[in-house]
Design a protein around this ligand. Structure first.
Ligand SMILES: Nc1ncnc2c1ncn2[C@@H]1O[C@H](COP(=O)(O)OP(=O)(O)O)[C@@H](O)[C@H]1O
Ligand SMILES: [Mg+2]
Length: 249
């Protein structure tokens, strides 16, 4: 089983609301179509999620209208991704985390994964995304695509976990690190930031912390540039591109 994430930084212009990059969405879909078997796809919310979330003060403020507007906006992006995959000949189906995830203190507490497993077994490609979600202790919250990747990869014991974003990996002194473990965190902490665009889930820092949790559970992942042509294809083949996040020896 493989888990692939495509960042909102690739699929949208994160500085402008609802700004889908249709050309990039189709290119990524075409690369996935070469090898769509045994795969769970997760995409980021990009400007479809982060901008309305910030506008309504989510997740700190419980705001029903904000929840509805943010969810309906990310569903639109999900629709575009599904359409592109269908055009590329992949049987893609939407899975909206708002309807199947419960958070507790901002972390996934339960997740109805059985339909996802069944889809994969039957040759369908489930397509999940960053979303708003109900939270047992905080009423509601935001579940990032990055957190979904970590949870699903661990629960389904994924062999390949690839997280695509708009940079060549975790950059340190302008260069992507080839590999990274939790031991390296203190020395690179200063170089780790949020996002260049609007991102309420912590940009690269939030992403790396998720991937380190996954490494602690014994599952290796890569953070790679999904904006470089051919990289999605390479990542799905399990090639070591970008930054490999693993458990210390
Ligand atoms: N050390 C770092 N290495 C790479 N990217 C970093 C680093 N520090 C901050 N960033 C920012 O994190 C961004 C990637 O995170 P994010 O915007 O959340 O992507 P995505 O939409 O794919 O989740 C990069 O585009 C960059 O602006
Ligand atoms: Mg992000």
């Amino acid at each position: 089983m493989k888990v692939l994430k495509i960042g909102g930084s690739i699929l949208t212009d994160k500085r402008r609301i609802g700004a889908a990059r249709l050309g990039e969405i189709q290119r990524v879909a075409d690369e996935i179509a070469v090898n769509p078997e045994d795969l769970v796809l997760v995409h980021g919310a990009g400007s479809f999620g982060h901008i309305p979330a910030r506008r309504y003060g989510l997740p700190e403020n419980f705001n029903p209208e904000g929840l509805r507007a943010t969810h309906s906006s990310v569903v639109k992006l999900n629709d575009l991704v599904i359409d592109a995959l269908c055009k590329a000949g992949v049987f893609a189906m939407p899975v909206h985390p708002f309807s199947c995830v419960l958070l507790r203190d901002g972390r996934i507490d339960s997740f109805a994964l059985k339909p996802i497993e069944e889809m994969v077994r039957d040759g369908l490609l489930p397509v999940l995304h960053g979303d708003v979600a109900m939270d047992a202790t905080r009423k509601a919250g935001i579940v990032s695509g990055d957190q979904i990747v970590t949870y699903v990869a661990r629960a389904l014991q994924a062999e390949v976990v690839a997280v695509g974003c708009n940079v060549d990996g975790v950059l340190f002194s302008g260069e992507p690190l080839r590999e990274l473990t939790r031991k390296d965190l203190p020395s690179i902490e200063g170089a780790l930031g949020g996002s260049a665009g609007v991102d309420v889930t912590g940009g690269m820092r939030g992403k790396l912390l998720e991937m380190l949790d996954l490494a602690d559970a014994g599952i290796m992942s890569v953070i790679f540039n999904a904006g470089t042509e051919g990289n999605v294809l390479r990542a799905l083949r399990g090639e070591p591109i970008g930054t490999m996040v693993r458990r210390p020896n």
